[in-house]
Design a protein around this ligand. Sequence first.
Ligand code: GLN
Length: 307
Amino acid sequence: MRSPILGYLDTVIEETAHISAGDVAGYIPELAAADPDRVAIALCTVNGTVYSSGDVDHRFSIQSMSKPFAYALAIEDHGLGAVLDNVGVEPSGEAFNELSLDPETGKPRNPMINAGAIATHALLKSDEESSVERMLKLFSQLTGRQIDIEEAVAASELGAGDRNLGLAHLLRAAGALAQEPGPAVEGYIRQCAASVTVRDLALMAATLANAGVQPETGEQVLRRQTTRQVLSVMASCGMYDAAGDWLSTVGIPAKSGVAGGIIGVLPGQIGVVVFSPRLDPHGNSARGIEMMKRLSEDLGLHLMDTG
Ligand code: GLN
């Protein structure tokens, strides 16, 4: 028998179909060409059961949803203290690509905005494998399948990467970038171009929900303390300058990407993923937010809800 949960997910898609607000990301030509009407949802429990609906096999670039995982890898490489010496944990209240550093510390304010994510990527150890290869390996462990780069998206963003390059130069001048600006930005952009489905992302989110243990393989991919840190920063900074609105309405740690995905994590319970390419002015999926609000409300996911 078909699970009633699948019927429920179909309903969430149908009942948000009228939401056509927002625009696909315009500043990366390859993303500007995306079909704006694609839509998908996937849930994965900490037992590894996945429920999905919509364009479940559609592949799209992970974009900024890669940032929590790069942050996790940097913490695993260097320990939390050393990472905190380089990147802060305060919400910036600014756009994701703002050209600014914390004036008091000279560091990026957090690892979820581009400045912090470029600095974080540059911290990744790359003795035997490149930082990008290491990120792809991590994504593959988290999803249980080989994850590759969508080369057309990477090339397209590299060709339009002036703002991120500007940020990297600013970081370098402030002594907050461990690599030269060019390679740091190229690595970061390739990390963002990893090609995933909502199912892949649901497993990645569920691993964060499950204290770093991938629920299908049982592998401890990340340490428990690492996932606690990552989820805390997702809760406070993952939705950029809409983080407060998100935390009060949806109420779970989350991260968005400009290709239209959003991952949410209810610790100890479930990973939730939505996809719809049109973005609101903060760069978060407009219909995705409405779908997440519905899921949070209907399934009782809000962390601050005492029942
Ligand atoms: N690669 C994108 C950028 O740097 C990621 C931004 C995002 O998903 N918010 O602009």
